[in-house]
Design a protein. Structure first.
Length: 91
């Protein structure tokens, strides 16, 4: 089953920014997103369920500093990307 990937406006904005300003990082993000579409709970980027996410919110590493946070909705076979960027709002 392939999950449909959707982005919040904030996550989409960061993704577009990376595409222009940091193609290498964007390329890593694309690989992680493609992997999430195939199997959102396992694969590259060390997927882990977030404690406060009620079982639907997960995260994966993109780089040592950046990660992607997403919700998995089984009933509509969709993954909603909530945040892309710095880990725990590091500067």
């Amino acid at each position: 089953m392939i999950y449909k990937i959707r982005f919040t406006p904030t996550a989409e904005k960061v993704t577009r920014k990376w595409k222009k300003s940091n193609p290498n990082q964007y390329s890593k993000l694309v690989k992680v997103i493609q992997d999430i579409a195939l199997h959102p709970r396992e694969g590259i980027g060390k997927p882990e369920a977030l404690v406060s996410g009620n079982g639907i919110q997960w995260s994966r590493h993109i780089t040592a500093h950046d990660r992607i946070i997403y919700d998995i909705y089984e009933d509509v076979v969709t993954v909603l990307v909530i945040q892309v960027g710095g880990h725990y709002n590091d500067k």
